[in-house]
Design a protein around this ligand. Sequence first.
Ligand code: NAD
Length: 354
Amino acid sequence: MFQEEFVTSSASMRVRFGAGVRRAIGEEMETQGLSHALILATPQQAGTAQEIAELLGARACGTFTGAVMHTPVSISEEATEIALRLQADCVVAVGGGSTTGLGKAIALRTDLPQIVVPTTYAGSEATPILGQTEGGRKTTITTPRVQPEVVLYDAELVCSLPVGMTVTSALNAMAHAAEGLYARNRSPISTLMALEGLRAFRDALPRVLERPQDLKARGETLYGAWLCGTVLGQVGMALHHKLCHTLGGSFDLPHADTHAVILPHAISFNEAAVPDLLAPIADIFGVRTAGRALYDFAVATKAPIALRDIGMKETDIDRAADIATQTPYWNPRPIEREGLQRLLRAAWAGEAPS
Ligand code: NAD
């Protein structure tokens, strides 16, 4: 559908794809005029951080393996102090959204350049957004200061992502693209990227599940993650992301699983208001509606499909609907309590969206 008016701008960042491309990290630092990297990772990925440190040799000035979920301010301050003490001139974040978040938090405080080597499909490396937590409260800021400068997408590193996380992480990425299709500030470019990102996951995720070590399929899913993450960085999100935020924050449901369950239902809810904008999703999957297409894809990839299976109690449905309607936000379809209750009931039970 041709869009007559739009504004688009893109971040200046260098993106390099290829199986094994992490081995070019020293060369990438040199190109940027950098020579002292602090390497960041979670405790679980300390081995990968060690490999990067060995690849960098004297260009690595230290390693910090304390990255955790939700970017707590105390950890960011500790890591920032280490970066300053070691006189790092850049950070290298190797991991998923949690590690990338730590690199962004250091950049916010120091303006150090960031090189990111993503190992999930979350897409944080492609956005100028940072979510941080302090005293149990999560706040989000958007500033070019946290936008990474260089991203190296290495299919070899994503092969170790367990199958369950592979699926939920992919659906998390696809949610950025799906909501990008009806964003008020979308552009023809963000729409192209969203559709190509969804297509890449449609084609490659089933192949990854068949053969998790298939580098070509893993590379294609990373390509999808980059496109979907770029959409997230360029346009505003709506009901799906807000609902996942509510469920995660108020009922402590797991982040990526919640995205996987809610996506078909949120898209189906909005499809009633913007059928033309979502029709391309139905076309990509060859299914009658976008909501049903995403539900069938989730079932086919053995994603979690019911909130009751990921820790939500049936008695919490009404409270969740109340919380999600309390803070008003833009959505293509007005959000009323009853509609949201119906949506949540179907998602709780794992039923196909109507
Ligand atoms: P994660 O980074 O928390 O990783 C989850 C676990 O999987 C960690 O233990 C990690 O070490 C491990 N892991 C990651 N890659 C692996 C691999 N290839 N092999 C084996 N283990 C691996 O998970 P995530 O879903 O990537 O990130 C979630 C966080 O990112 C959330 O806090 C979310 O809010 C944030 N996020 C932010 C943005 C943004 O634009 N700011 C975008 C998306 C997600």
